[in-house]
Design a protein around this ligand. Structure first.
Ligand SMILES: [Zn+2]
Ligand SMILES: [Zn+2]
Length: 360
């Protein structure tokens, strides 16, 4: 599928690749890698058909290779005559998947906290979230930056921005971490407290298995709200580009990391910086872990606002997800769920609280 996706990128670059990235690609190298991927996919597909009782996966692989070959394989050429301003980030998805898979799959195999297969329950749903968020990178970036750009447009804080942007990059990096975490904390807690917002965030909490891929399960509306608000301090206060890019790369890896299935013991560092165990408790099924650990960088924020929870004995949660499983399975059902969710009898009676719907 990665090979077929890459062929599509070579045939329709204007439609399915990011304009900023196009100039950076070494196309000759990509064609060579693509050729190897297609040959490997063909061989592995054949081996799968011979060895496995279930032949479906093997035939899907062969069908993908065949289609990729028909479309030109590693020699595929640009078929578009017209320039397009709208694009899908298929290249972004493929690079994301290969990079994250290469980083996280091996370390989760070696250092996994729980015994769970790579293709665990609901992996298709989570991969679809990953695919859709990557494909819609243009729309997401536009919507996420809109509030910050509006504020920038209506303010004139040149002095302040000059001062902030001229600090050492490391200082700026820590400042961005702290400010975004503070804003994120408020937003995240609102998502838990306000019933309407909770319906969107419940989708993220409906994951019953935690690994790097579970971090992508997030409703489109939540992604836009969360990114829209967290980028405000980053862009409005004038942080320099190196600090911004370093932080964006860091937070990209961190969100997968804190969801990942890793048993690494961070000792006292766990109290200073958010670790997988810390965020896993945010997703825990246990009653004592309802509405705790909202921070994504500094646990001190939860400690200050009274929502800190990290058992000193190094325990991990017994399970993940939501009591009563209110969120349906499947990407599309989860997309419409917040808009059409029926209120429960308890909420109608007006007794809904921060732990609305049994948020755990
Ligand atoms: Zn949450
Ligand atoms: Zn999470």
């Amino acid at each position: 599928m990665i090979g077929l996706g890459t062929v599509s990128c070579l045939r329709y670059p204007d439609l399915v690749t990011m304009p900023e990235a196009r100039a950076l690609y070494d196309v000759a190298l990509i064609r060579l890698a693509l050729h190897l991927v297609l040959v490997a996919a063909f061989v592995l597909g054949m081996v799968s058909i011979v060895l496995r009782q279930n032949k479906v996966l093997g035939f899907i692989a062969l069908a993908c290779v065949l289609l990729a070959a028909v479309l030109g394989g590693s020699h595929a050429q640009d078929q578009l005559q017209h320039h397009s301003d709208v694009y899908l980030g298929l290249d972004y998805f493929l690079l994301n998947l290969v990079f994250m898979g290469l980083v996280f799959v091996p370390i989760e195999r070696v250092l996994g906290k729980r015994e769970q297969p790579i293709f665990r329950a609901e992996w298709r749903e989570d991969l679809l979230y990953f695919l859709v968020a990557s494909l819609l990178v243009q729309a997401l970036t536009y919507l996420s930056l809109a509030p910050a750009l509006t504020i920038l447009h209506h303010t004139d804080w040149a002095g302040l921005r000059q001062m902030v942007g001229s600090q050492p990059v490391l200082v700026q990096f820590v400042e961005i971490m702290f400010l975004t975490d503070l804003v994120q904390y408020g937003m995240h807690r609102s998502f838990h407290r306000l019933p309407f917002l909770w319906n969107f965030h419940a989708v993220h909490h409906s994951a019953k298995t935690m690994d790097w891929l579970a971090s992508s399960r997030m409703h489109f509306v939540e992604i836009v709200c969360l990114r829209g608000i967290t980028v405000i301090p980053m862009y409005v206060l004038g942080f320099s580009q190196p600090a911004l890019y370093a932080y964006l790369l860091f937070v990209y890896l961190l969100s997968a990391f804190v969801h990942s299935n890793l048993r690494i013991n961070f000792g006292f560092l766990e109290r200073l910086l958010v670790s997988p165990r810390y965020h896993h408790w945010h997703h825990a099924i246990e009653k004592e872990a309802i509405d705790v650990n909202f921070a994504v960088h500094f646990p001190v924020l939860d400690w200050l606002f009274g929502t800190y929870y990290l058992p000193a004995d190094g325990r991990w949660p017994g399970g993940y997800g939501l009591a009563d499983n209110p969120v349906p399975a499947g990407f599309l059902k989860q997309f419409v769920y917040p808009f059409f969710r029926k209120r429960t009898a308890v909420e109608v009676a007006g007794t809904s609280t921060e732990s609305q719907g049994g948020a755990v």
